[in-house]
Each structure stands twice: as structure tokens, then as C-alpha cells.
Write a protein that binds this ligand. Structure first.
Ligand SMILES: NC(=O)c1ccc[n+]([C@@H]2O[C@H](COP(=O)([O-])OP(=O)(O)OC[C@H]3O[C@@H](n4cnc5c(N)ncnc54)[C@H](OP(=O)(O)O)[C@@H]3O)[C@@H](O)[C@H]2O)c1
Length: 333
């Protein structure tokens, strides 16, 4: 697996990471044995960049990663996040978000708790998951910077932050990476974010590069989701939007077929093609999908194919917003 470098400080990670969220939360059924086997397979295949957060589960995803990397810690770049609080999960429903915190004392205690759950003495890349409008970013990043000085964190990042916030944060401590949604159907970072990141020398980690599974062409109906599957709450996966978005995926499918690859591989190869400073973190809990996603790295897309793909799925073509309203207000702050 090729390596890419994030940020001016040059955090070296595999060209694609492994999103671990779905192993414990958000996307239906869990299978701990297969999830751990998937993480081990990723590490053996050179995918060393694991992505989690304290809010996945909540908490259980970090515990799962801790279990999986025991005895393998030195082969892994562990990325986790703090800042989103959720209610305790009740059976049969996705646990809602109850608050955002970037208070320095919260940052310190969240980090200590994550270290414990992950079974490690340091986090390689620690992100603020969502910006807290009540706390100046300088204070939050100041606390994150102290964690670097204390040796608990190696590099710091932000997620879904606005360009203005990124610039202010970067003055306090070098930001190594921004993690935001980026895929064929979510092109928002192209507006101004990627330009600013390149000017500042900050890397970009693309989450949900497979459109939360939609771009693989495997999702057929919103009725197929388990009751607690988060996508039931997401506008793009509901009713008429779902039907309209299926038409877009059909176009991607036919281009992929001509190339003899899967639509998911086309979606991933497209993200990988957008720059050496971009690292997609497709999420899966199955070895079979992991292998398919790794193979996307070898796929080349020429300029004429890029044109064909973007004509098939133009910017802004997706029906429905990428988050429900209550969560849209938490991005770009
Ligand atoms: N910073 C943030 O706010 C934020 C938000 C969302 C996600 N993330 C991170 O980004 C990671 C990736 O995003 P994501 O998991 O939301 O979305 P994604 O990678 O776009 O899609 C994941 C979905 O695609 C399915 N899938 C994966 N590979 C497949 C393949 N080859 N064929 C068919 N289906 C396939 C998975 O199925 P299975 O689950 O059945 O394997 C899962 O349902 C997460 O795991 C998380 O760590 C961060």
C-alpha cells in the first residue's frame, strides 16, 4: 500500500485508511469477530490508518479498536476524535447528539478516557469532531497543543471546520489534517476549503468517500435499513430523494462496468485522484469489502474519464442534504 503524507509535519499514513465507525454504530448489524478480523487484515495489507471517535457507540468503537490493536500498536496510526456528546443508546434507535464541547477541561478528560479505551499511551492524530461555538477555537486548540506537549497526542486535526476557524486554529498549533465529507456526491470542500488547506500545508482526510455506502450501488431501498441505522434519519436516504439518487448511481455503475470495476471502486479511485494530500477512509466491517476497496488504489482514471464521471454526477446533483437539519448546523463553524 502506498503512503501519503498529511500536513507540513508529514504524518505518513497509508494512501487509504479504514473507517471503523460502522463496526459499532450507525450502519446496522455488528459483528465483533469479523470487525476485528477486518482490522487485522487491513494492517497485514498495509492499511495502517484507523479512524474512530469517542462518540461512535458511544465509546464502544474505541474499545473495539483497543482490543484489535493490542500487540500491534506500533504498526498503527490511530486517529480518534472528541467533542460530540450523545445520549445513551436506547434499543432500536440511533442515540441522538446532546451537545458539543471544546472546553479545555473537557478536552483533557476526553483524551484521557480515549487513551484508556484504546489501550495506548498516545493518540497519533486527535481531532476536534465538531467546533464548539461557545468556546473560542484558540482555547480548544490550546488545550490540544498541551496534550502534544504532554506526549499524549502526536498530531492534531479538526473536522468539518470552516476555513476561518482553520486559519485561527493553525496559528495556535499546526493543524495536520482536516477531516470532512468528500465524495462524488459531496463536493463541498472544493468551494474554498481545499484551496485554503493547500495554502496552509494541511492535509485532507475524506470521510464517507463511498457516500455512506450509496455510491457502491448495493443499497436498493430505505426499507432495507435496520431500525437503528442512522441513514434512516439522513435526507439523502429518504423517500423520493433515495429514488432520485439511485438514478445517479446507475450512471456511475455503467461507467464502472465499462472499466470492469465496481461503482465503489470508481468512487474511491476518483477521491484518490483528487490530490496526493487527500486520504480517503472508506468504512467497512467486512474483509471482503476491504479487499475490494484496497484494489481501488491500482485503478487509474484518465482525464476524459474524469470528465465523463463529473458529467454523469455533476456537483450538487444529489437530492437531499447530507445531514438532517439538526446536524447541518454543526458543520462549517
Ligand atoms: N468526521 C466525521 O464527522 C465523520 C462522519 C462520518 C464518518 N466518519 C469516518 O469516516 C469513515 C468512513 O465513512 P462512512 O463509514 O460513513 O462511509 P463510507 O465509507 O462512505 O461507506 C460505508 C458503508 O459502505 C459500505 N461499504 C464499504 N465498502 C463497500 C464495498 N466495497 N461494497 C459495498 N459496500 C461497501 C459499508 O458496509 P459495511 O458496514 O456493511 O461493511 C458501509 O455501510 C467512518 O467509518 C468514520 O470513521 C467521520
Amino acid at each position: 500500500m502506498k503512503q501519503r503524507k498529511l500536513g507540513r509535519e508529514g504524518l505518513s499514513v497509508s494512501a487509504q485508511g479504514l473507517g471503523c465507525m460502522g463496526m459499532s454504530d450507525f450502519y446496522g448489524q455488528r459483528d465483533e469477530t469479523e470487525s476485528i478480523a477486518t482490522i487485522h487484515c487491513a494492517l497485514d495489507r498495509g492499511v495502517n490508518f484507523l479512524d474512530t471517535s469517542d462518540m461512535y457507540g458511544p465509546f464502544t468503537n474505541e474499545e473495539l479498536i483497543g482490543k484489535a490493536i493490542k500487540g500491534r500498536r506500533n504498526r498503527v496510526v490511530v486517529a480518534t476524535k472528541f467533542g460530540i456528546m450523545r445520549s445513551n443508546p436506547t434499543s432500536g434507535a440511533w442515540a441522538p447528539i446532546t451537545g458539543i464541547s471544546g472546553r479545555p477541561e473537557y478536552v483533557r478528560s476526553a483524551c484521557d478516557s480515549s487513551l484508556k479505551r484504546l489501550g495506548t499511551d498516545h493518540i497519533d492524530l486527535y481531532y476536534q469532531h465538531r467546533v464548539d461555538n461557545e468556546v473560542p477555537i484558540e482555547e480548544t486548540v490550546g488545550a490540544m497543543s498541551d496534550l502534544v506537549s504532554a506526549g499524549k497526542v502526536r498530531y492534531i486535526g479538526l473536522s468539518e471546520a470552516s476555513v476561518q476557524t482553520i486559519r485561527r486554529a493553525h496559528k495556535v498549533h499546526p493543524i495536520t489534517a482536516l477531516q470532512s465529507e468528500y465524495s462524488l456526491w459531496t463536493r463541498d470542500p472544493e468551494d474554498e476549503t481545499l484551496l485554503a488547506l493547500r495554502e496552509l500545508g494541511i492535509g485532507f482526510v475524506a470521510y464517507s468517500p463511498l457516500g455512506r455506502g450509496f455510491l457502491t450501488g448495493e443499497l436498493k431501498s430505505p426499507d432495507d435499513f435496520a431500525p437503528e441505522d442512522y441513514r434512516r434519519n439522513s435526507p439523502r436516504f429518504q423517500g423520493e430523494n433515495f429514488t432520485e439518487n439511485l438514478k445517479l448511481v446507475d450512471r456511475i455503475k455503467s461507467i464502472a462496468m465499462q472499466k470492469g470495476i465496481t461503482p465503489g471502486q470508481l468512487a474511491l479511485a476518483w477521491v484518490l485522484r483528487q490530490g496526493e494530500d487527500i486520504v480517503p477512509i472508506p468504512g467497512t466491517k467486512r474483509r471482503e469489502y476491504l479487499e475490494e476497496n484496497i484494489a481501488a488504489e491500482e485503478i487509474t482514471i484518465c482525464d476524459s474519464e474524469i470528465l465523463e464521471i463529473t458529467e454523469a454526477l455533476p456537483r450538487g446533483a444529489a437530492s437531499g442534504s447530507r445531514y438532517p437539519e439538526s446536524m447541518m448546523v454543526l458543520i462549517n463553524r
